[in-house]
Ligand binder design. Structure first.
Ligand SMILES: CC(C)(COP(=O)(O)OP(=O)(O)OC[C@H]1O[C@@H](n2cnc3c(N)ncnc32)[C@H](O)[C@@H]1OP(=O)(O)O)[C@@H](O)C(=O)NCCC(=O)NCCS
Length: 146
């Protein structure tokens, strides 16, 4: 597995991952902004030279947010998402970030297990955030950012 920053050349691969993994994929503009905006970045996880996963981050001052994370179905449960989160934490710590936030739909058991294993703590929830009966759980990682 190799983790690296995404560049403009990776936009198509990220759009494919979004289409494969996410019920509401991000737009091309959203992905391009991750790569070009100075307060955002995306990391790719590669296996055998192929793009297998990515994470998209935005940050302001000492706080950051995980916008999205996904791993292609064929490459799951091999530690790619955990590695993406670990590398993200390292980078953000270097940028002076002390808190990382994210939202996850309450029925996304896999992602919730991932985040909790990575040390994220649930601090709140938003009822019907994703539509009627579809709640968001709010998580943050702080203090023990690597
Ligand atoms: C959630 C997701 C990113 C996890 O990626 P991954 O590379 O498979 O995750 P990892 O291999 O790093 O998993 C690390 C740990 O998280 C937990 N975990 C991850 N996926 C899980 C699942 N489907 N069910 C239960 N636990 C899970 C496990 O504890 C796992 O460790 P283990 O494999 O030793 O048991 C991936 O399933 C995905 O892309 N899902 C669709 C997109 C999505 O829901 N993204 C999150 C939006 S908020």
């Amino acid at each position: 597995m190799n983790i690296r920053y995404a560049t403009e050349q990776d936009t198509e691969d990220i759009l494919k991952l979004e289409a494969e993994c996410m019920p509401h994929p991000w737009s091309r503009d959203d992905i391009e902004a991750l790569i070009t905006d100075e307060r955002k970045f995306a990391l790719l996880a590669e296996e055998d030279g192929m793009t297998a996963g990515y994470i998209g981050i935005s940050y302001v001052l000492d706080e950051a947010e995980v916008g999205n994370i996904c791993v292609s179905a064929d490459h799951r449960r091999r530690g790619l998402a955990s590695a993406l989160i670990d590398r993200t934490s390292e980078i953000l710590k270097g940028l002076g970030v002390v808190r990382i936030f994210l939202e996850v739909e309450s029925d996304n058991a896999g992602a919730i297990a991932l985040y909790e294993r990575c040390g994220f703590i649930r601090y709140s929830e938003r009822k019907d955030y994703y539509g009627t009966g579809r709640d968001a759980l709010l998580y943050r990682l702080e203090g023990d950012i690597q």
